[in-house]
Design a protein around this ligand. Structure first.
Ligand code: CA
Length: 221
């Protein structure tokens, strides 16, 4: 899952990015409204964490610009503006959620999970495919109930494929949702991770449809 943090306060921005990266999200940052808007044009984000008091373009104006084009984009406002009216304005302009600063990281994380849950097949965030089970909260993968050790990238690829079961996911989409913009990656890198992932979970689970992408499929263990 790929997030954009729009926050001008350097320390908060860095610590959020660090904490969320640790939790397995791909994280981009933007420290003013204009840069954020440019990044949103180029990248597809699963969720945007949006501050209101921002240089160049404030968060509410940015929110309006995004909503004018895209009603589906998930947006969570993170702001020190904490009056009821501030929250109403944010939600009325189309934010999906509003969290006031200061906040506990664990609460932010729970709200992020909640906002992204619509993409999950099961509400309890445990995904199954044959003998493979992915616990998206513990970020752990099991095969026949035995834990399998995956690298962070392998896990992220598998989770994305599991959330989109039955769909064919192109290497470009995987790159888009898995890596942040800093990552210098080509579809070849995805190939390497997929190949290692297939060795660990069983090659039969990941179908490679030539020229189109990858799909997770249910097979007998
Ligand atoms: Ca600010």
């Amino acid at each position: 899952m790929k997030l954009l943090i729009v926050e001008d306060e350097n320390d908060l921005c860095r610590s959020l990015a660090k904490g969320l990266t640790k939790k397995g999200y791909a994280v981009d940052i933007a420290q003013d409204g204009i840069t954020a808007y440019e990044q949103i044009q180029i990248n597809e984000y699963d969720l945007i964490l949006l501050d209101i008091n921002l240089p160049k373009l404030d968060g509410i104006s940015l929110l309006q610009k995004i909503r004018a084009k895209n009603l589906e984009q998930k947006i969570l406002i993170l702001s020190a503006k904490s009056t009821v009216q501030d929250r109403i304005t944010g939600l009325d302009e189309g934010a999906n959620d509003y969290l006031t600063k200061p906040f506990h990281f664990a609460e932010l994380e729970a709200r992020i999970r909640n906002l992204l849950r619509w993409q999950f097949i099961k509400q309890n965030a445990i995904l199954h495919c044959g003998a493979i089970t992915v616990d998206t909260q513990a970020k752990t993968v099991y095969k026949n109930e035995k834990p399998i050790k995956l690298t962070k990238t392998e896990y992220t690829i598998l989770e994305y494929l599991m959330i989109h079961q039955k769909q064919i996911i192109s290497a470009e989409t995987l790159i888009e949702h898995i890596y942040d913009s800093q990552a210098d990656l080509f579809s070849n890198a995805i190939k390497v991770h997929i190949s290692s992932l297939r060795k660990k979970i069983g090659a039969q689970y990941i179908q490679n449809i030539k020229g189109l992408g990858y799909r997770i499929i249910e097979r007998e263990a």
